[in-house]
Design a protein around this ligand. Structure first.
Ligand code: BES
Ligand code: MN
Ligand code: ZN
Length: 488
């Protein structure tokens, strides 16, 4: 059952619920309740006394709960930290609400003042936080223990549309999480394509799938090469959202490797363990496509997903093999584990033919990006400074940590091949840049392009903020914020 999020004009001292959530900030080093004086008075000042006694610091997401023992209609007061008063923004509200949504999952009804005076962006972020924080992937549990949370009342002047849009963004993220968390036995190229197809009517986009026959006819040699080792055939998924009177046209490309064993350049057991999540880029694109219509996006968006398994077998692509990408450029495959760039290069070349205003690709491309930035940041690359600024701004709006990486063109010579136009892997140092350089060779006509390497944040080892353990749905909301910002 999805959580209901409702606006409420009630006063905090008058609303009845299982838990009333209020914020506290740090000011001059000590915690201060936000909008909490009337509540503190109703408890004869015992709330602030208790906070002092428990050494509460008001760090973001820090929580203290006090029972009201009948002195207020709310059964308990939950104080959640929002960090430094000067730094409170929608992202902080999303993070704090995420933690609260998870920690209060056993309650049925919550009300919060976090939305009061927070503006549409703040209220939206809080709503997203509650929905995302209480997410759990329980599909394969025999005793699922779902969250009991039924209703969150956002106090203050919050519009229905703000809530509807927040819900669309959060549910898009949840769809991406669900797809990412499913094992490779249930999400493989055909079933992923079927999921996109099933979504098309409800979400308001058109879906076309290329199977092996079309891929061969049209020369998608990268996708076919990677798929060669698997019993399961590849799919190229095309999802087109077209508003009336579009204000532009952009393309999103997702890496959809539903399992990455490395192929003949086989990964070790530890590195392979989580490789069902190697389609997180595809999940972000499909997630984003699911919300275009609900968010009333003004630009036309084509979502492309190159989907394949990467397995070793007697028919698998071998190190040293040469393949011909869509459009005719050739590649020597010196490492079959650098398969993401092979399936993406076809899609990027295909995308450039459609003459979009911009192309974004989203991929769990390299372990090296995690060495550079750690597991909680997306590294992105772009051939265009304006586009890079748009992406920075979109990530900021979405509350996702993005960091722009350089593309050093002189490093491209390390991908020179003796036998083909390019080889798919180079030196270990600067591995994330090498991945970006490979893709850049397929960007034509100076189309503004950005490559989002989400290998790190696509999966979380543990819960934090609005992010839950496992597939995170990262980049879904940044993609949405980006398309929402275009055509305005
Ligand atoms: N899917 C992996 C990248 C990855 C690693 C994602 C860890 C998430 C966590 C990708 O296909 C890969 O294997 N990349 C290689 C590239 C190398 C062979 C040039 C890598 O990072 O080692
Ligand atoms: Mn790989
Ligand atoms: Zn991979």
């Amino acid at each position: 059952m999805p959580i209901q999020i409702v606006p409420s004009g009630e006063e905090p001292t008058g609303i009845s619920c299982d838990a009333l959530v209020i914020g506290a900030v740090k000011s001059d080093g000590s915690p201060r309740l936000v909008d909490g004086d009337a509540l503190d008075q109703a408890l004869d000042g015992q709330l602030s006394e208790y906070l002092n006694a428990t050494n509460f610091k008001a760090n973001v997401g820090e929580m203290v709960e006090v029972p009201t023992l009948g002195r207020l209609p709310a059964s308990s007061l939950v104080v959640v930290g929002l960090g430094a008063a000067s730094e409170v923004d929608p992202s902080v509200l999303r993070r704090a609400s995420g933690t609260v949504g998870r920690r209060l999952a056993e309650r049925k009804t919550i009300a919060t003042t976090l939305s009061r005076g927070a503006g549409a962006d703040g209220a939206s972020a809080a709503a997203e936080g509650f929905i995302l924080g209480s997410y759990r992937f329980t599909v394969h549990k025999s005793d699922p223990k779902p969250s009991s949370l039924e209703r969150v009342s956002l106090l203050g002047d919050v519009s229905e549309q703000t809530i509807e849009h927040a819900r669309a963004r959060a549910e898009a993220t949840i769809l991406a999480r669900d797809l990412t968390n499913e094992p490779a036995s249930s999400i493989y190229p055909q079933s992923l394509a079927q999921r996109a197809k099933d979504l098309a009517d409800v979400a308001g986009f058109e879906c076309t799938i290329f199977g092996e026959k079309e891929l061969a006819e049209k020369g998608f040699g990268g996708i076919l090469g990677v798929a060669q080792g698997s019993e399961k055939p590849p799919r190229f998924i095309q999802m087109r959202y077209r508003p009336s009177d579009p204000q532009g046209f952009v393309i999103l490309v997702g890496k959809g490797i539903t399992f990455d064993s490395g192929g003949l350049s086989l990964k070790d057991a530890k590195s392979m363990e989580q490789m069902k999540t190697d389609m997180a880029g595809a999940a972000a694109v499909i997630g984003a496509m699911s919300a275009m219509k609900k968010l009333n996006v003004k630009v036309e968006v084509l979502g492309l997903v190159s989907s394949s398994e990467n397995l070793p077998s007697g028919t698998a692509i071998k190190p040293g093999d040469v393949l011909v990408h869509y459009g005719g450029q050739t590649a020597e495959v010196n490492n079959t584990d650098a398969e993401g760039r092979l399936v993406l290069a076809d899609a990027i070349a295909f995308a450039c033919e459609q003459q979009p205003d911009a192309i974004l690709d989203i991929a769990t491309l390299t372990g090296a990006i995690m060495v550079a930035l750690g597991a909680k940041a997306t590294g992105f690359f772009s051939n265009n400074d304006d586009l890079a600024r748009e992406i920075d701004a979109a990530a900021q709006t979405a509350g996702e940590r993005f960091w722009r990486m350089p593309i050093y063109d002189d490093y491209r010579k390390d991908l020179d091949s003796e036998v083909a136009d390019i080889k798919n892997s180079g030196p270990r140092y600067g591995g994330a840049i090498m991945g970006a350089l490979y893709l850049k060779d397929f960007v034509k006509n100076d189309v503004p392009w950005a490559h989002l390497d989400i290998a790190g944040p696509s999966r979380a080892e543990s819960d934090y903020d609005e992010v839950s353990r496992g597939g995170t749905g990262v980049a879904t909301r940044t993609l949405l914020a980006w398309v929402e910002g275009r055509g305005r």
